[in-house]
Design a binder for this molecule. Structure first.
Ligand code: SF4
Ligand code: SF4
Length: 408
């Protein structure tokens, strides 16, 4: 057992509460009082038994309800962590009963996979690895998988797939044709066990991938603010017994801090924000959630919340239903079918921001992001083309025009 792992095991509750720190890590954000809150709300979770596991769809795997989004080890507030710290954090995670670690071929140009591979020496059999090849100008999938295997120092990855399926429908079709056969072959050869896809924005593309029948695991955003995947994708995936991994638990696009606008849903301070968002995500129809961690204290805090989790209280249910009552509205799926706009407005982006401002009260954040759009809604000539082209019945022009007042 390495020294850092002893540190994880040996830390007393008092010392841990004292030593706790706050950080943000690819969505990971844990503070000192979280454990105190967990103890109040969930019983003294730190003293309870094993971290519960849930079935990961039809894969036959069982995963810890709190698992590990490994990107935090490279993209956290302190950047790439030293190997020694990574060893400690992963050692602690394993010790706490966390048994799934997510990474990607593309994170940190491969450094993330490599450092996780190093940290898993002697522990590989205790952990399910979820990795994936990036989208964009991709190398052949076969080549990426071989590289991932080498970096992770293993001859087999439990779950491997396509990263960031935030594609228009046309591109999704091309991806299916080009990359899925390679994944099927890798599965036949025993290099991977299950095929996965991850997406952050475009629900339509994800649904198209699910329809192939080849997806066994998906990783999608699950949080109280962006509900598109929860409403459109998760029910479809679960009907097909696909395992759902919840990501972006604390990370709503560029929003990774509690903001006053969301106080009603997520509380007013960081600790409350963490506790509520993690509990919200655990209450959904997901196999696990994958917050990022940058310290052993964060691992222990999240694991304690997971161990003590027994569903949302009626008060939490009520607070977190904000936005849900509007779900019957036709929400933009960021599919891009309405493009090009003759006025060169990025309609999907404008609609996404308008939705965040109007549905969830995130005006300040949405306005900031809208300010970076090259062409604003003011340029709309009201030609009506976007509404006409939308196959999902979204009143796109109306929403673009509404964005003029919502976002300006
Ligand atoms: S209605 Fe406006 S936003 Fe829609 S396509 Fe025409 S100019 Fe573009
Ligand atoms: S408005 Fe319609 S076509 Fe345009 S991105 Fe949204 S869902 Fe797709």
């Amino acid at each position: 057992m390495s020294e850092p792992l002893n540190q994880c095991r040996g830390i007393s509750r008092r010392a841990f509460v004292k030593a706790g720190v706050a950080s943000v890590a690819g969505g990971g954000l844990i503070g000192i009082d979280v454990l105190s809150h967990a103890a109040e709300g969930d019983g003294d979770a730190s003293q309870q038994g094993a971290l519960p596991r849930r079935k990961l769809g039809r894969t036959g795997l069982e995963v810890s309800i709190v698992s590990f989004g490994g990107a935090s080890l490279y993209y956290g507030p302190r950047g790439k962590l030293p190997q020694k710290e990574i060893d400690a954090i992963i050692g602690c995670a394993v010790d706490e009963g966390i048994n799934l670690i997510d990474t990607s071929y593309g994170y940190g140009d491969g450094v993330n996979e490599a450092t996780i591979g190093n940290a898993l020496k002697g522990k590989r059999d205790k952990v399910i690895i979820l990795s994936k090849g990036p989208w964009g100008p991709m190398k052949p999938m076969k080549e990426m998988l071989e590289t991932s295997l080498r970096r992770l120092q293993t001859d087999h990855i439990e779950i491997y797939g396509l990263h960031g399926l935030d594609l228009t429908e046309d591109l999704a079709e091309k991806f299916i044709e080009k990359h899925l056969p390679d994944l099927v072959k890798a599965k036949e050869e025993g290099k991977i066990s299950h095929i996965a896809g991850t997406g952050h924005l475009a629900t339509t593309a994800m649904m198209r991938f699910i329809q192939t029948g080849l997806m066994e695991v998906i990783a999608v955003p699950i949080n109280p603010v962006r509900r598109e995947f929860l409403e459109q994708v998760v029910p479809m995936a679960r009907k097909m017994d696909i395992g759902v991994v919840g990501m972006k638990v604390f990370h709503f696009g560029k929003l990774s801090q509690p903001v006053p606008e969301l106080a009603g849903i997520l509380g007013t301070d960081r600790d409350e924000f963490i506790r509520r968002t993690l509990r919200f995500s655990l209450a959904q129809d997901v196999a696990c959630v994958i917050p990022g961690f940058t310290t052993v204290e964060e691992v222990k805090t999240a694991a304690a919340i997971g161990r003590g989790f027994a569903g949302l209280s009626p008060e939490e249910e009520k607070a977190m239903s904000v936005g849900r009552e509007k779900s019957a509205e036709k929400v933009c799926r960021i599919c891009g079918h309405c493009l090009p706009c003759p006025a060169r407005i990025s309609v999907p982006d404008v609609l996404r921001l308008e939705l965040n401002a109007r549905h969830y009260g995130l005006q300040a954040w949405a306005k900031r992001d809208y300010g970076r759009q090259k062409v604003k809604a003011d340029a709309c000539t009201e030609c009506g083309e976007c509404t006409k082209k939308c196959p999902h019945g979204v009143p796109a022009m109306e929403l673009v025009l509404r964005a003029k007042s919502t976002l300006s």
